[in-house]
Each structure stands twice: as structure tokens, then as C-alpha cells.
Design a protein around this ligand. Structure first.
Ligand code: PMP
Length: 420
């Protein structure tokens, strides 16, 4: 943000006391110029930055906002549990109720374990898969994101080769490549990680693919390895069940996070009976993993997901945005590639190899009040209304207009230049 703004002041102070001023996926380092780093509040579909500007937020905290920021029923459940007791010497009854609710909702699941972040759940899944038959090799899609631990971080600084010694990569969605990886794992093949569809940054997304899913299931069954679906990002925006239920394939383990407490810090590993014994043998825990308030928030979130049409609404909202953007881009003479499930929309420009069009377009939409991402899939939420889509399209319309004028003078985004 500009100098003499609260955001600018906070960035300045942050640079002194936080390495690089910010880290991780919520750092604005790769976003276009003008994106605020700090936010004061969020309500429903909107976020307000520290300088008072309000945006319709299509990033939803990178996923967790499923029902709207501060959804009152979830908040009430959390606050009531906080008053009764949250982080105590033992878990509350709500832990059992939540495990029952998740097992009831997710077809493949016979048991549940809770943790804090998606990466906790994926790490637990990996260890469970290895514990299952005492094998070591874990198959992962090239470039697929499963967290930021030494075994799966995309940035290898501070990580040894040994940390990743037993990972074997395959091309996501490519059965031949998967079969080859499984052959290389041989009788040491412990588990296969998949995201329900390809959801990489800066790339077109795919949709769940029945043939690939069935092939993955068969390959795991033949080898006696566990099939793990990482539903941390896509969970509850594709189905009220594991996302691969939409293509009729059930994993042995599934990883959940982000949405399950509508923003409360809670994630989960769900498993089928085949993996119960292994999951019971591993040691996993954390000071806050048993806290009752986020569990109460998750229980209420799941109730709303079950009992309302929130999934249909956030899908319809995503479809409305997609249709509006398609019409606008055509009218303004730009080609857009809109991919992925409607509730997790990815928007990239045709003929934009260095992303200069996408970056300029998002920066202009931000100035007009819509918070979009030029490189990450976005998220709709159930608090969004048709009016929010209309407001967003006004912002993107203004952005297309500006792009048409400035197109010839745009430069590649400096944020994307290779680091020295
Ligand atoms: N898996 C997937 C598919 C994700 O998108 C993410 C987070 N973006 C994770 C795992 C890790 O989750 P967390 O950041 O909560 O640890």
C-alpha cells in the first residue's frame, strides 16, 4: 500500500519484527501492487483493510470462509463453548459428537482424528500409511500442495534430501505415470496422495476424473497401499462428502481443514476401518488439538452444511461469476480460461504467458472493490449474494475497461521475476 497509510505503517513495523515483514501464503509478496497486507475486519462476504477500504472477498481466507465471516450460529456455538471451557486437561464431549458427525457425513470414513491445520492432517495421513504395513514409499503428484512440512514443502530451503527420500512423484491425472511410480515403489509402496483434481497455482484447474480415480483405487488395492484424498482445499465446496464421492471412488484416508469450522482452527484426518489400527499406533498430538471451542464451531458448521442449501448456493454464485466474466471478457475482446469447480474458480487470461494481463486486471478490480487472485484459485462462500456478484462484475468491468486502454504499455509483474 501507499506511504502514509496504516497498512504502510504496519508493513514498516512488521519488517523490523517479522522476517521479510510477512511469510507464508498470506504474504502479499507475489500479489500485484496495491494489495493490502493487513485487514481490520471481515463480515459475511466482505473484508475491510486497515485503511477502511472494503472488498468483496473471493479468496475467503484461502478457503476457510465457507458460510460467511462471523456466521452468527457458528460464532454463538464457539462463544458458548469458550465460556464453558475450551483448552482443558482433557477433551469435551463435543469431540465425540464431531467425530460422529464427520463419520456420518463422509461415506468412506469410519473414524476421525482432529488437529489444527491441513498440513497436520496430511502429515498424519502419511505416517498412518507407513504404519499400516511398515512400508516407506509415498507417491505424490508433482507440484501438488499438501503442506509446508519438510516432507512436502514446495520451497526446499532448510530441508534435506533425506527428509524426502521416500517420496516418488507422478504426474497428476496421468494413470500411466502413476502406474510407473507404483512400480518403482514396489513392495515398499505405503500410500498414494491425490488432490481430488489438479489445483496448482498459475495453472488451469481440472475437475475430478472418474477414470483416474478408479485407476488410482485399483493401483492401491493391487499393491496393498493406502489411498489418501487431500480434501483440505476442496472439501465441502464440491460435495457434502469426500470430493471423490462425486466420481464414485472411496479412499482409505481423507484430509480435511480450512472450511470445517468456517474459519475456526481445526482440521481432521478421516479414515476407513482398514487404516484404524495403524492410526491407533502412531503418536500425534498438540497443545491445542483437543480444544473444544473450534470443535463446537465445526459441529455447527457441519449442521449448516447438512441442513441448508449452502453448497448449492455457493456453487450457483461461482457459476454466476463465471458466466458474467465470460460475457464481459468477450465484450472487451479478451480471452479468459475459467477452470475448476464453480465454487473454486480459477481465472487466467489467454495469451498471457508472463501474467501481465492477469496482474493488471486484478489490481484494477481491487481498486474497484473486488479482491481476486491472479495466480491462485478463488473461493465462493454461502454468504455471497447475486448483488455481490453484480458488484464484483462492476469492478471487473471497470478492470477490463482499464486493461483495454493500458494493454500495450503493461510490463511483466516484477513480483514474478526469478529470485536472485
Ligand atoms: N493440502 C491442500 C490441497 C491445501 O490447499 C493446503 C493449504 N492450502 C494444505 C494441504 C495445507 O493446509 P494448511 O495450510 O492448513 O496446513
Amino acid at each position: 500500500m501507499t506511504a502514509n497509510s496504516k497498512d504502510g505503517d504496519l508493513r514498516e513495523r512488521a519488517r523490523r519484527v517479522i522476517p521479510n515483514g510477512m511469510y507464508g501464503h498470506e504474504s502479499t509478496a507475489r500479489l500485484p501492487e496495491g494489495y493490502p497486507q493487513f485487514f481490520a475486519s471481515g463480515e459475511g462476504a466482505r473484508i475491510r483493510d486497515v485503511d477502511g477500504a472494503e472488498y468483496i472477498d473471493w479468496m475467503c481466507a484461502y478457503g476457510p470462509n465457507l458460510l460467511g465471516y462471523g456466521q452468527p450460529d457458528v460464532l454463538a456455538a464457539v462463544e458458548a463453548q469458550q465460556r464453558r471451557g475450551d483448552t482443558l486437561t482433557g477433551p469435551g464431549p463435543v469431540m465425540v459428537e464431531l467425530a460422529e458427525a464427520m463419520v456420518d457425513m463422509v461415506s468412506h470414513a469410519d473414524w476421525a482424528m482432529f488437529c489444527k491445520n491441513g498440513g497436520d492432517a496430511t502429515s498424519m495421513a502419511m505416517v498412518t500409511a507407513r504404519a499400516h504395513r511398515g512400508r516407506r514409499k509415498i507417491l505424490v503428484g508433482t507440484g501438488a500442495y499438501h503442506g509446508a512440512s519438510p516432507w512436502n514443502t514446495p520451497v526446499k530451503v532448510g530441508v534435506t534430501e533425506e527428509d524426502r527420500a521416500h517420496l516418488i512423484q507422478f504426474e497428476e491425472g496421468d494413470l500411466d505415470s502413476l502406474a510407473d511410480a507404483a512400480r518403482r515403489a514396489g513392495d515398499d509402496f505405503a500410500g498414494l496422495f491425490v488432490t481430488p483434481y489438479r489445483m496448482r497455482t498459475f495453472m488451469d484447474q481440472t475437475e475430478p476424473d472418474a477414470e483416474f480415480a478408479r485407476g488410482a483405487r485399483r493401483i492401491c488395492d493391487e499393491a496393498g497401499a493406502l489411498l489418501i484424498v487431500d480434501d483440505v482445499r476442496s472439501g465441502l465446496r464440491v460435495a457434502r462428502d469426500c470430493s471423490w464421492e462425486t466420481v464414485g471412488v472411496r479412499p482409505d484416508l481423507s484430509c480435511w481443514g480450512k472450511v470445517i469450522g468456517n474459519g475456526q482452527p481445526i482440521s481432521a484426518l478421516l479414515g476407513a476401518d482398514i487404516a484404524r489400527e495403524a492410526a491407533g499406533k502412531i503418536f500425534v498430538t498438540g497443545s491445542f488439538w483437543f480444544s473444544a471451542a473450534p470443535m463446537a464451531g465445526a459441529l455447527e458448521t457441519l449442521r449448516i452444511v447438512r441442513e441448508t442449501d449452502c453448497l448449492e448456493r455457493l456453487t450457483a454464485i461461482g457459476e454466476a461469476l463465471r458466466a458474467g466474466l465470460a460475457a464481459q471478457s468477450e465484450a472487451f475482446g479478451f480471452g479468459l480460461r475459467q477452470t475448476g469447480p464453480a465454487a473454486l474458480p480459477m481465472v487466467l487470461f489467454e495469451d498471457d504467458p508472463d501474467f501481465r494481463l492477469g496482474y493488471a486486471w486484478c489490481a484494477a478490480a481491487l481498486r474497484a472493490g473486488a479482491y481476486l487472485s491472479p495466480y491462485h484459485n478463488m473461493f465462493s462462500n454461502a454468504a455471497m449474494t447475486e448483488a455481490d456478484v453484480t458488484r464484483t462484475l462492476e469492478a471487473t468491468g471497470a478492470a477490463f475497461e482499464e486493461l483495454r486502454r493500458t494493454r500495450e504499455s503493461l510490463l511483466p509483474p516484477p513480483q514474478l521475476a526469478p529470485r536472485a
